[in-house]
Design a protein around this ligand. Structure first.
Ligand code: SF4
Length: 432
């Protein structure tokens, strides 16, 4: 096999990228949401610059809600593909720009040294062909590691249809890679991104999940994508239901050991085709999918039980509340005796709170005051629990629904750092 890691590469003349190209390349990257926290821990080494922190690179969000936590840019937006939904498609008359590996390296280092960024998320349109593109992405990461001794976080976009050995070599220099699913079904892919195919996206995902890259079933090798792989799906560009999307998500987590699946609400950029909706997908749908995703990963729910009879998630309630209201017959449960899997299904009791309850009730019988101290959100939980046999909620499905929906204001307002509402607390700690 060709030794990509040690091959001799050509050094371009080193100049800083100009502001115009940088604007084009960073603007073009904002639609990709498949990056957030690093999930990778690496200490600074003597003679090298930077480190990667497990706690995640701090996030910030642009006005339109996109994550700009890393230096997030495209290597090029000069695409030879023509995906209908994409602003960078070959047939779109936008300004084109491409950066060389050295320009990107210089930029990363100068930003890192100024403390502007903590890592790099590098994606690209397909320049010339998939192999050329993957090679340039890989070369950039390799140069950062070898020439610039950059020890910080690198997330590389994987290019479907690129040579397997190139993808494997990229895994040795990047912390994380993501092959984007983009559209949740093969039919939609054929219709809207005809140069892409399901096998071309799935095969590299499968390759990156091989046992040889793991030290143990759940722990990756430190030298090969220590932060694992992620993917992104565009929501609302095609007609797939939430049930379909969540089934696919469940499959991706269990089969390809993905760290995260990201959902990106469709934003119209192409008004020349009747194949795409004219309106953007509602942000609340993306939000509900993230909540449902959380339930799949940490709360023991399966995709089949979260969605409604129409196959979609409710906009009105979060998916855990919607499930609880639909299954009122299973409640109330006694907090002093209920098993962990049932406590996790109570709205207002999150993963941490459920564990605290399990520990605390070994020592004393819990009452409602104790639950408050354990950070149970009683406003929600009271309709689904008894405490020492006492019930203080409502058993009327309609009333419970109305009361729970009343707290759901975060769909339309910006959360404040100092907001003490259920929604703000849930957004900060991820507990549902
Ligand atoms: S491959 Fe498709 S989605 Fe990616 S940049 Fe090119 S046109 Fe856009």
């Amino acid at each position: 096999m060709f030794d990509f890691y040690n091959f001799k590469y050509y050094t371009y003349s080193i100049i800083m990228i100009d502001g115009k190209r940088l604007t084009i390349l960073t603007e073009g990257a904002k639609y990709d949401v498949s990056c957030s926290s690093s999930g990778s821990r690496r200490k600074n080494k003597f003679g090298e610059i930077g480190n990667a922190s497990f706690a995640g690179i701090c996030h910030s969000f642009t006005q339109d809600g996109r994550c700009i936590s890393l230096l997030k840019m495209l290597m090029s937006n000069d695409c030879v593909y023509d995906c209908k939904y994409c602003v960078n498609r070959a047939s779109n008359g936008v300004e084109r720009a491409t950066a060389t590996p050295d320009e990107i390296c210089e930029l990363v280092m100068s930003f890192y040294k100024r403390n502007y960024i903590e890592g790099l998320f590098l994606s690209s349109a397909i320049v010339k062909n998939p192999n050329h593109t993957m090679e340039m992405l890989y070369l950039t990461a390799l140069k950062l590691r070898k020439d610039y001794h950059f020890n910080g976080y690198i997330h590389l976009k994987g290019i479907p249809n690129a040579d397997k050995s190139l993808i494997e070599a990229a895994g040795l220099v990047a912390d994380r890679m993501s092959f984007n699913i983009e559209l949740p079904s093969e039919t939609s892919l054929k219709l809207l991104a005809p140069q892409k195919s399901k096998p071309a996206i799935i095969e590299p995902m499968k390759a990156l999940a091989l046992d040889k890259y793991y030290e143990s079933p759940f722990k990756r090798r430190r030298d090969f994508l220590p932060a694992g792989q992620t993917t992104q799906m565009i929501i609302g560009a095609s007609p797939e239901s939430d049930a379909h999307i969540l089934k696919l998500t469940e499959h991706l987590y269990s089969t390809y050991k993905l760290k995260r699946v990201y959902y990106s609400s469709y934003m119209p950029t192409n008004f020349d085709t009747s194949l795409l909706p004219y309106a953007p997908a509602p942000k609340i749908r993306e939000h509900r999918l993230y909540q449902a995703d959380w339930l799949l990963r940490f709360y023991g729910f399966t995709a089949g039980e979260i969605t409604g009879s129409d196959g979609n998630l409710s906009f009105e309630y979060d998916p855990k509340c919607a499930w609880a209201i639909k299954n009122m017959g299973l409640f109330p449960v006694e907090v002093n005796t209920a098993p962990l899997d049932m406590l996790l299904r109570v709205p207002g009791i999150g993963v941490k709170t459920a564990s605290r309850i399990i520990v605390a009730r070994k020592h004393a019988k819990l009452d409602f005051d104790a639950l408050k101290r354990l950070r149970v959100v009683l406003k929600r939980a009271m309709h689904f629990i008894t405490c020492g046999g006492k019930f203080i909620g409502s058993k009327n499905e309609y009333d419970v629904g109305r009361l729970l929906a009343a707290g759901e204001t975060y769909a339309v307002k910006q959360l404040s750092m100092f907001d003490n509402s259920d929604a703000a607390i849930s957004a900060l700690n991820g507990e549902l």
